[in-house]
Design a protein around this ligand. Structure first.
Ligand code: PMP
Length: 347
């Protein structure tokens, strides 16, 4: 079934065979990969493991994602790019996204000359199931990206809705769960991959796990898609320091989840605080590590905060988001400074 969806040149791809994958057994002297013989004690003179096996085994143990269903990207951004390159024919195919949502889906589509079908969210920023179904049937996108919790709205879409859309969609449904850890009682689409192997899920080490600089994203998919991803990705896309950072994050899982709990508490606190401000029009309830807020004059408040040394994101130019700012949850001290600044604004 997946075979028919893949680009034929990807399906028939003969992958690059890296030096380390051509032998098995124990080797003492490695003269196979044109590496430097010298490089300190951290092994960084050697190429990293193309399959990131150690990290994927830990992902299975800690996160419960089966080894044969995971692949690691250089951030989930690389996973997004690779999915488009695997499934979409340049100049012919399309992807579908909701608007507003995370920006790189459409950018990577454009770099592959793949067109983008936009389906606006409802005025209440919910997924417009009917409009999506109708557009899927009519336009047959190769990939439908659904971001839940959505960036920049913080909204979680009911899993049944996502599953129904994935059922109708004959192409791939990519569910981006980058912010899943910040949502209460979150139901992941991962559990539906067995029933519908056209569902793939994206996770990342950049948010709850605190490793954005390491660039580690996870593709969770049917093993058939996972194998093709492994074949088509750049062979050494995950550096050894990055893999080590991922292993460190998983060994500190409890600390990460404690940080998530603190973040959620601060998010709820900020939401309540914002609602007391006279110039706040609406705070959108968020299940991520940020809050989207509508104010009377977003551009003016943005500039004022910048003058106070605080950078937030002005999302006002996107569809349905007039006069909105997206504020990431920071440390306790940062949130205090933010609140102080917001109190001093009389826009
Ligand atoms: N998906 C969403 C929804 C995001 O908001 C982001 C980053 N802001 C990404 C993916 C990319 O994450 P990564 O750092 O794993 O590339």
């Amino acid at each position: 079934m997946i075979d028919n969806l893949l680009n034929p040149w990807i399906k028939d791809l003969v992958p690059y065979s890296s030096a380390r994958s051509e032998f098995s057994g124990k080797a003492e002297i490695l003269l196979d990969a044109n590496e430097s013989w010298e490089g300190g004690n951290d092994g960084i003179n050697r190429y990293p493991d193309p399959l990131a096996k150690e990290l994927r085994r830990e992902i299975e143990r800690v996160m419960g994602i089966p080894y044969e269903m995971s692949a690691i990207g250089n951030g989930s951004d690389e996973v997004i790019d690779m999915l488009i390159r695997m499934f979409c024919c340049p100049g012919r195919d399309s992807i579908m996204i909701e608007r507003p949502t995370y920006g790189t889906y459409s950018v990577f589509a454009s770099t592959s000359n793949v067109s983008v079908i936009d389906v606006p969210l409802t005025p209440d920023l919910d997924l417009d199931e009917e409009a999506m179904m109708e557009a899927i049937v009519r336009k047959k996108p190769k990939i439908v990206f659904i971001c839940s919790p959505n960036n920049p709205t913080g909204r979680v879409y009911p899993l049944e809705k996502i599953v129904r859309i994935a059922e109708i969609n004959e192409g791939i449904t990519a569910v981006d769960e980058a912010y899943a850890d910040f949502a209460l009682n979150f139901e992941s689409a991962i559990s539906y991959i067995k029933k519908n192997p056209r569902i793939v899920v994206l996770r990342t080490f950049s948010k709850a796990y605190g490793k954005a600089g390491a660039r580690l994203g996870i593709l969770v998919s049917d093993p058939e898609i996972q194998k093709v991803f492994m074949k088509a990705k750049p062979p050494y896309n995950v550096s050894s320091p990055a893999e080590k950072a991922g292993l460190d994050a998983l060994s500190e899982y409890d600390e990460a989840m404690e940080r998530v709990r603190e973040t959620i508490a601060r998010r709820n606190e900020l939401t309540a605080f914002l609602q007391t401000l006279p110039y706040v029009v609406r705070v959108f309830p968020s299940e991520a590590n940020f809050v989207l807020v509508r104010v009377s004059d977003a551009a003016a408040l943005y500039s004022y905060l910048l003058e106070m040394g605080i950078v937030v994101r002005n999302r006002s130019s996107d569809l349905l988001l007039e006069n909105t700012l997206r504020i990431t949850i920071g440390s306790e001290m940062e949130m205090e400074k933010l609140k102080e600044a917001l109190n001093g604004w009389n826009g």
